[in-house]
Design a protein around this ligand. Structure first.
Ligand code: MG
Length: 292
C-alpha cells in the first residue's frame, strides 16, 4: 500500500495511491485525536482497522503532494556516515568534526542527529535557501523509515515489526553552518531543507536492504548506491534509537546518504539557485525539488 498526504486547494487529506501512481483515493479511517492524517491512518491500521474510502479516486496530478508525515512526534532522526564510501569522502572533505582522520572515518556505532520537523516539504516543493546565512548547500539522497508502532528498547530481531513503511528523503544540508557550529542541527534544520515523499510505501511491498538509490543535480548523476551497503541496517538503527527514546507511530528516520554528495568533489559542487535535485529509490518513487 502507498499512502500520500495531499492538498486539493481546500483541504489536506490522506489517500491511497494506485499501483501506477496515477490516482489517489481519500481514506476515511483514522485514529481519534491524531492531528496528522497519515499517523492517524497508520495507528488505526495497526489497531486492526481496515482501510475505508470516502469517494472516487482523483488524478494524482490534480492535487499537491505534501510531506507524507507533516507532524511527527519528534525531530526527524538522522544517521550520519552510514555508507563506507560516503564516510571516507566526508572525513576527507575537511567538514567532518566527528573523526580525527581517515582511520576513524567509518563509525563503530551509529551517529545519530536530528532535523527539526519544520524543515519538511513535499516531493515537488521548493527548497528555499537563506543565501547570506549559508552559501554551501548540499544534497543527501536517503531512504526514509516510517515507524508504525510505539516502542522502547526494541530488540534488533523484532525491529521490523515496528516499521510501517519507507519513503524518499533529501537531507539538504548547509555545510558552512554544519562546520561553523560544530554540531549539525542548525545546518540540517533550515526551513524547507527536508524534501520527502512522494508517498510512503508499506514495508510488506519492499526489501528495504535491496533498493537502488540515485540522485541527480540538473540531470547529472551524482549518487548511485544500493541500500544493501548500509553500514548499520534499519533494525540496528531502530534498536539503537529506541534504547534512548520511545519511538512513536509516524516518527521518521533518515538512514544516511551514500557517496557523491557535493563536498565529495574537489572542488566541492555546492547547489546554486535554480538547480534541480532529483532523488529516486526503486520501488518507492522520485522526488524533485528546485533550489531557490
Ligand atoms: Mg544525511
Amino acid at each position: 500500500m502507498r499512502i500520500a498526504t495531499v492538498a486539493d486547494g481546500q483541504r489536506v487529506w490522506l489517500g491511497v495511491v494506485d499501483e501506477d501512481a496515477a490516482t489517489v483515493q481519500e481514506v476515511t479511517v483514522a485514529a481519534a485525536g491524531v492531528a496528522d492524517p497519515a499517523i492517524g491512518f497508520i495507528v488505526a491500521l495497526e489497531a486492526g482497522s481496515k482501510p475505508g474510502f470516502a469517494a472516487d479516486p482523483v488524478a494524482l496530478d490534480s492535487v499537491r503532494l505534501l510531506p507524507p508525515i507533516r507532524k511527527p512526534s519528534k525531530n526527524i532522526i538522522c544517521v550520519g556516515k552510514n555508507y563506507r564510501a560516503h564516510a571516507a569522502e566526508f572525513t576527507g572533505s575537511g567538514y567532518d568534526s566527528s573523526a580525527a582522520g581517515p582511520e576513524d572515518a567509518v563509525p563503530e556505532a551509529p551517529i545519530l542527529f536530528s532535523k527539526a520537523p519544520s524543515c519538511l516539504v513535499g516531493a515537488y516543493e521548493d527548497v528555499v535557501v537563506p543565501w547570506g546565512l549559508s552559501e554551501e548547500i548540499d544534497y543527501e539522497a536517503e531512504l526514509g523509515v516510517i515507524i508504525g508502532r510505539r516502542g522502547r528498547n526494541i530488540p534488533v530481531d523484532s525491529a521490523n515489526d515496528y516499521v510501517w513503511g519507507y519513503t524518499v528523503i533529501n537531507d539538504i544540508t548547509a555545510r558552512d553552518l554544519q562546520s561553523r557550529h560544530k554540531q549539525w542541527l542548525l545546518g540540517k534544520s533550515i526551513d524547507t531543507f527536508c524534501p520527502m515523499g512522494p508517498s510512503i510505501v508499506s514495508a510488506d511491498e519492499l526489501d528495504a536492504h535491496d533498493l537502488e538509490l540515485s540522485c541527480w543535480v540538473n540531470g547529472e548523476l551524482r549518487q548511485q548506491a544500493n541500500t544493501r551497503d548500509l553500514i548499520f541496517d534499519v533494525p540496528t538503527i531502530v534498536a539503537v534509537a529506541s534504547a534512548s527514546m520511545t519511538l512513536e507511530p509516524g516518527d521518521i528516520i533518515a538512514t544516511g546518504t551514500p557517496a557523491g554528495v557535493g563536498i565529495g568533489f574537489d572542488p566541492p559542487k555546492f547547489l546554486a539557485r535554480n538547480d534541480v535535485v532529483k532523488v529516486s529509490i526503486s520501488g518507492i518513487g522520485t522526488i524533485e525539488n528546485r533550489i531557490t
